[in-house]
Design a protein around this ligand. Structure first.
Ligand code: BYC
Ligand code: FE
Ligand code: FE
Length: 470
């Protein structure tokens, strides 16, 4: 079951050759995908040899096989985790019943919407990152960018497979639309706001992979609980790839902190202007980037009080991440105390599940901060990085447009508008960060604003030529 068939045009472990109609439909979509990749994928590196990992089976020893690949020749395909025998629905009103191998008619449009929303983010992120190759801080980073990009392309395949296989003609139309919407497009933008934000520098890329890919981890974990078994199996395999994306973010920010601390030590000052003059990212500037991407990513969990989340859970479509760690899997009658701008409210737990997820996500976000702050402390500085309050700069839910500081204090609107540039990057901050983004492509060399990684990829040295430019 686990072996992937690479002799087919579309690599897969779903026995695609046995379903001619589906195979033909996907083979019809494939050139549209490749065309999208050529036009909106990484700009100008399509003929470079990139040291990429490709899945050759979904089990532990086969899913990461490394070798030099030209990106357009990457074997994008359809890989589902092995089925769990006799799997039962693990939460909601139908708990204990067998999971579904087909889509129940009454949940068809909701499931399609969830799959389309998930699928939309994957190519969106590739579009957002398409120019970053031009300003890579090293070949090691360039390779990681492209690894993330090809895997997000594969995540699109994962959702398109579900749309084609289980949603008939509507599904095929949605699959085309996934290539027709574009990040930041005025007429046809991507569905979720974060995926329309430009990622025009590598500091943003590290923050995006730290915060936004981590939303991916949490959404995929909750969809992995779904009663719709093909969705669950698809998401379980996607999660194995996701870990690397967050690794890129966490180590990327960690390397920025490390380099900044070196510069602070060399100069004997913490003064932001002096740090900047030396070509490094001062810690208050990094904090602004964290505030921006964290608050944007918090919106991706939806409203604190949501009837969608209640229905999705009760019907078994979407669980909580790691559902089995909870005691109550039905939640009828359960309540949650929720902080709103009007004070603390008692809300039915079912309607507050977006907030439950957001809270576990924020706990996971803390892990990197602890590590970065330990480095700052060890270097002997009092500065500490922190996550902004979940009420800061929210565009979705109860805290929309409420003027809240990153510390969580409600302040007058006028003061907020005056001070926002202290909390998120200003145009001048962004211009400074852009000025640091000088391309470095000599094997083993790093840009001056970021420390080298502790080790290379797959036990290779940091100096390895991870991308052979042609
Ligand atoms: N921007 O009841 P509400 C990833 C819409 S990241 C714009 O508050 P609900 C990745 C919402 O769609 C993971 N619109 O929330 C990372 C709804 O509209 P409709 C992506 C938003 O429905 C990096 C309305 O507001 N996966 O994989 O409970 C690189 C009211 O909704 C936003 C998923 O998101 C927003 N931020 O939850 C690559 C999983 N937030 O339906 C990849 C699938 C809400 O009334 N999606 N709205 O027209 C979902 O589970 C849910 O759609 C959401 C929203 C969690 C997004
Ligand atoms: Fe993804
Ligand atoms: Fe990702």
């Amino acid at each position: 079951m686990a072996a992937i068939n690479y002799s087919d045009k579309i690599p897969n472990n779903v026995n695609l050759a046995n379903d001619r109609t589906l195979q033909r439909a996907l083979e019809h979509w494939q050139p549209h995908f490749l065309d999208w990749w050529q036009h909106l994928g990484p700009k100008d590196f399509q003929s470079a040899d990139v040291y990429l990992r490709t899945a050759t089976s979904v089990d532990a020893d086969g899913w990461a096989t490394y070798g030099a690949v030209k990106m357009p020749q990457y074997r994008w395909g359809i890989f589902l985790a092995d089925p769990v025998a006799e799997r039962k629905i693990g939460f909601g009103d139908n708990m204990g019943q067998p999971v579904w191998q087909q889509v129940p008619g009454e949940f068809r449009s909701t499931l399609r919407r969830l799959i389309v929303t998930q699928g939309d983010t994957e190519p969106a992120s590739v579009e957002q990152q398409r120019l970053l190759g031009h300003t890579c801080p090293s070949l090691y980073d360039l390779r990681n960018l492209f690894q993330v990009n090809v895997e997000e392309g594969r995540h699109l395949w994962a959702m398109v497979y579900l749309l084609h296989a289980y949603f008939g003609r509507d599904g095929r139309e949605e699959a085309e639309e996934l290539l027709a919407r574009h990040s930041g497009d005025a007429d046809k933008p991507r569905i979720l706001t974060t995926f329309n934000e430009p990622i025009s520098d590598w500091l943003s890329f590290y923050c995006f992979t730290y915060f936004t890919d981590r939303d991916g981890k949490y959404q995929l974990k909750s969809l992995a609980e779904s009663a719709f078994d093909p969705l669950s199996r698809t998401c379980r395999f996607m999660l194995t790839e996701e870990a690397h994306h967050m690794f890129v973010g966490e180590t990327g920010i960690g390397r920025v902190v490390k380099r900044t601390l070196e510069v602070m030590k060399e100069l004997g000052t913490e003064h932001p202007a002096r740090i900047r003059a030396a070509g490094a990212v001062d810690l208050p500037l990094l904090q602004k980037y964290l505030n921006f991407w964290c608050s944007s990513s918090l919106d991706l969990f939806g409203s604190e009080i949501s009837s969608n989340s209640a229905a999705n859970f009760a019907n078994g479509l979407k669980g909580r991440p790691d559902e089995s760690q909870y005691e109550d899997h039905v939640l009828r009658g359960a309540q949650l105390k929720l902080e709103t701008p009007e004070g603390v409210q008692d809300v039915p737990m079912l309607n507050a599940l977006n907030e439950v997820m957001r809270e576990s996500y924020l706990k996971d976000c803390e892990i990197g901060l602890k590590r970065w702050n330990r480095a700052i402390e060890r270097a002997g500085y009092a500065f500490r990085l922190s996550l902004p309050s979940p009420h800061f700069r929210r565009s979705i839910g109860s805290w929309v447009n409420v003027p809240v500081t990153p510390e969580g204090k409600i302040i007058p609107r006028e003061e907020y508008d005056k001070r926002i540039g202290e909390w998120i990057p200003t145009e001048a901050d962004r211009a400074f960060v852009r000025s640091l983004m000088q391309r470095v492509v000599e094997p083993g060399k790093m840009a001056g604003w970021v420390a080298p990684p502790e080790r290379g990829i797959n036990n290779l040295p940091v100096e390895y030529e991870y991308v052979k430019l042609s």
